[in-house]
Design a protein around this ligand. Structure first.
Ligand code: SF4
Length: 199
């Protein structure tokens, strides 16, 4: 008679599931150590500069690795007493703000009535936007408005604003850009200013 032990279908499934689970954990550990190793190799010989995430007032610390005059990596700075090496998703993507081959270098413009978009260079786009802002401001600027005072009488109040322009900031605007944007918009008399602070 054969002495080969019989393995039931249930036993077989239990054994293979355990095997896969152990294999999965081992693979995960391998992947993590491989990732750490690749990261170490990537920034080997690079000069590290402590910096601050540009995006918000939390001021998380970053470490910028530079090799041959090029930024090759940006990650959280473990020495930062504010963030201790951590970054939010937006801060963690700061590298792509600096180095990004997918970044658009042209603007797309569709003329009134046209069906197709045409690529125009950024300077042309900036000039077009500036002309439209100037024109809209001139057409909609209001120096004074009449309001009803507490005594029921109509009074004239100085406002010096335009309600024809609305400024909406995007997620990649950093602190300095937001500061300059606010100064510019307030200077133009724009009252409606908003920004998508972070993700
Ligand atoms: S955007 Fe995120 S990573 Fe950057 S400073 Fe603010 S919280 Fe920190």
């Amino acid at each position: 008679m054969s002495s080969t032990p019989r393995v039931s279908r249930r036993d077989f499934l239990k054994l293979t599931a355990g095997g896969f689970a152990v294999g999965g954990v081992v693979s995960l550990v391998d992947l993590q150590s491989t990732h750490a190793r690749v990261q170490t190799l990537k920034i080997a010989d690079a000069k590290e500069y402590p910096s601050v995430c540009p995006y918000c007032a939390v001021g998380c610390g970053t470490l910028i690795s530079v090799k041959n005059g090029k930024v090759i990596n940006i990650e959280g700075n473990p020495d930062s007493f504010i963030s201790r090496g951590t970054l939010c998703p937006k801060g963690a993507a700061t590298f792509q703000l600096t180095v990004n081959p997918l970044r658009s270098t042209k603007a797309l413009y569709r003329k009134p009535g046209a069906t197709d978009w045409e690529a125009i260079d950024l300077n042309t786009a900036m000039d077009m936007i500036a002309e439209r802002v100037k024109k809209t401001r001139e057409e909609t600027f209001v120096e004074t408005v009449k309001i009803t005072g507490a005594d029921g009488n109509e009074v004239e109040k100085k406002v010096n604003h335009t309600l024809g322009i609305f400024s909406l900031g995007g997620a990649t605007m950093d602190n300095e850009w937001n500061y300059a944007q606010l100064k510019l918009m307030r200077g133009l008399g724009v009252a409606a200013i908003e920004n998508q602070a972070r993700i």
